[in-house]
Design a protein around this ligand. Sequence first.
Ligand code: SF4
Length: 556
Amino acid sequence: MTIKADNHRVGQASSAPHHTPTQPGPVDCTGTVASLRGSAPTRSTPPSHQRTKGPETPTVTATASRAAAGGPREKCGVFGMYAPGVDVARTAFFGLYALQHRGQEAAGIATSDGQSTYIHRGLGLVAQVFNEANLAPMRGHMAVGHTRYSTTGSSDQLRNVQPYLVETMHGPLALAHNGNLTGASRLRRELLRRGVGLVSSSDTEAIVQMLAAPPDCGEPNGPDWEARIRAFMEQADGAYSLSFMTRTAVFAVRDPLGLRPLCLGEIVGDDGETLGHVVASESCALATIGARFLREVRPGEIVRLDKDGLTSTQGREPLGRGAFCIFEFVYFARPDSQIDTQTVHDVRQRLGAALFREAPVPGADIVVGVPDSATPAAIGYANAAGLPYTEGFTKNRYIGRTFIQPSDRLRRDGVRLKYNPLYSNLKGRKVVMLDDSIVRGNTMGPLVRLLREGGAAEVHVRVSSPPVRHPCFMGVDMARYDELIGHNKTVDEIRDHIGADSLAYLSHEGMVTAVQGALHDRGYCTACFSGHYPLDIEDYGEERQVKLVMQEGAHG
Ligand code: SF4
């Protein structure tokens, strides 16, 4: 992917159509936008360094990354904060840095002091998009941020990079979204019918315009953002964890099923006083910026962070027991993140222990995990089995950041670019290799071969989740049916395909029981394993058509 600084006009990049119910905001060509002051917008003079287009950076090679090799890819991480007296731009940067695993294709931050709004976005990793020069001018006491991996909209288009920023009748609105609206085509039609133009293929743009241009926005006493959010929630289906910023507040909103994660934290000063509040996809971002975890945003909840602190209203009643994405526990979330009362690392150890009880390997010598996501499950399996856990591979954790394209020969065997076997640990051993999931099946075969080349006498693969047999329509790039090895082959056929001595998956019941822990009242989405979707996905095919047309139109 080519890395560029975002120096487009905000009005273009953030898709503010001419009929957004506002006066056009004072935008410039730097990624900085000044908000309306009263009714007379004034243009701020951007710092000169923001006028300069960022240097074209060579292509980033991600060939050997697990995602590129066929693993599922999370769509996004979101972040927001309201904290007067805190350097919110710098804090948001480190918050996004902790959420990097949720999206590596683009990142962006918008800040506001209630008068002016600043935004910087770009393609690439968080540390590639931001630097001292572009963070320094981003002032204010409010911020929203986003790391992106796209599932809707072309990932290489800067205009799809979030936060989205538009001018509205009541000042700028900057929004970051994690999830996927399964009913996006209906929302888009509704917006188009009302004369609201759309300039990108992203479902997030539809959310922004639903909030900016609600059907009846008389609101003589100023904006009622909670009412606007409720109106959006009434019409929206699918997964959405939102963080967005108006002129006076930062909001956090979660869909009624609670599909994607979203949690709240508190920033506490040295004297114990509350300096502000923060919202993030995962608690690891709160810990990184020194914030205290408070709780998750509840399904259907609207949380407002402003000068009065944190206030909560219920936008829509939760649907049943909810449908939290179980894959967050299996693979996506960082091991140190806390979801409800559970640490992801602990849950993964329980998954590994359950897998041992269901599928032991008699006579095994050692247990290894595919680094890094399978390490906790491998430790759990080894502890339950009374076997030594050890490392079977050395992983080059920086390979995804190289700027040098591998030759065709190296690209064909991409796993070798990232992993090397540890001969001394493997030689002559009967090895149990843990992985968290098998999606396309491109990576497991080469890993089994690496272990054998490293001297392993036998390689028995154990997977701490059931076979992935169905795509995800709720914000994860899981692959199509024809790409899913679990949909197209039996377990024995997959074992032969990857060349393992044996292969076993954790059962569906074993996975749910291990994840539930003490939380027996919580519902989970397990659709990619079970095919039982928690919401109607019937019009998804139509949406794909709409997106295709939009993308073709964009290039036409
Ligand atoms: S289908 Fe799978 S990845 Fe998608 S939300 Fe459900 S559990 Fe998560």
